[in-house]
Design a protein around this ligand. Structure first.
Ligand code: PBG
Length: 325
């Protein structure tokens, strides 16, 4: 029997009252699905606003602990930490220093708020003087020596007590390399969330001011994926899963809803999506100019990412959204 059509079927019947709309809502968001990215810097009592990202600041470890307490109070899924080093060099050495800013931050947060999930971003770009996500050799980003250093980043974060490491560099074989390094150091239990399909996106622009990680020459197209390629994105995800990724991520989120949906359908593993700095900044900037309603735009963008199929959303809106849930 084919389903009834008009005038028997009237779709508006279930939209008439808030109670009915609530009953048939398909997509739901809970605070535990939201992860809050935070930028940690050296010093004390620092809360330096990031111009390109209204509401986001670089914070020192003491201030970070306050944000972590807020995250725990709101029941967020976790926080993800990006570090601003005291000094940058050719190999990004503060990234794998036991006393590096992120390692200090992890120890402080896990000491103060032990139950909050702390994720470490594993990358070199904030720490290298050239701003690339790996080390240079003959004018190119050298894959395998970068993977070796990324393994060291993950192990030092693990020793500091991180709960999950998240490599965002897009080197080939880095999930396998990090897995091997963690296992050898006694961290076989520590999961990896890989930025598996990370596109060379214009929407990372505001982040690069927040993290001070703009490449000093060239761009990231020799390692981040071309925006035009969906099949290649699925291949990247498959490879990361084969190398041992426990959670895979699509990034950016809003411009890649199709890739989120495909990954949801092709792979059964937990799936994250990163609503990046540019997606956040666009909504903030338009709202500041009275062009749209910030709260509604926030909910619509987050709901769309969930509806596409993401289990976990990394978003700068995390605390504000959780407050409203
Ligand atoms: C760096 C990294 C970037 C982001 C997360 N990790 C920037 C980049 O690749 O240039 C972007 C996050 C955002 O824009 O919010 N490895």
């Amino acid at each position: 029997m084919s389903p009834a059509s008009f005038p028997v079927r009237r779709m508006r019947r279930l939209r008439r009252t808030a109670a009915l709309r609530r009953l048939v809502q398909e997509t739901h968001l809970v605070p535990s699905q939201l992860v809050w990215p935070l930028f940690v810097t050296h010093g004390n009592g620092v809360r330096q606003p990031v111009n390109t990202m209204p509401g986001v600041a670089q914070v020192s470890v003491d201030e970070l602990v306050k944000d972590a307490e807020r995250a725990a109070r709101l029941g967020l899924g976790g926080i993800v930490l990006f570090g601003i080093p005291a000094a940058k060099d050719a190999t990004g050495s503060e990234a794998y220093d036991e006393q590096g800013i992120v390692q200090q931050a992890i120890r402080a947060v896990k000491g103060a708020v032990p139950d909050l999930l702390v994720i470490g971003d594993v990358c070199l770009c904030e720490y290298t003087d050239h701003g690339h996500c790996g080390v240079m050799r003959d004018g190119e980003v050298d894959n395998d020596s970068s993977v070796y250093l990324l393994g060291k980043v993950a192990v030092t974060q693990a020793r500091a007590g991180v709960d999950l490491v998240a490599p965002s560099d897009m080197m080939d074989g880095r999930v396998a390399g990090i897995r091997k390094a963690l296992d050898a150091a006694g961290f076989a239990h520590l999961p990896i969330m890989s930025y598996a399909a990370k596109l060379a996106s214009a929407f990372y622009g505001p982040f690069r001011e927040a993290a001070g990680s703009t490449p000093q020459f060239g761009d990231r197209q020799s390692y981040q994926m071309a925006v035009a390629n969906g099949d290649e994105a699925m291949q990247e995800i498959r490879l990361d899963l084969e190398e041992g990724a426990d959670i895979v991520m699509v990034k950016p989120a809003g411009p890649c809803l199709d890739l989120i949906r495909r990954a949801r359908e092709e792979f059964g593993s937990p799936l994250a999506a990163y609503q990046v700095s540019g997606e956040y900044a666009m909504i903030k900037a338009a709202a500041e100019r009275g062009m749209l309603d910030e709260t509604r735009a926030m909910w619509e963008s987050l709901t769309a990412i969930r509806r596409a199929g993401a289990d976990i959303i990394l978003t700068y809106f995390a605390p504000v959204a959780a407050e409203q849930l």
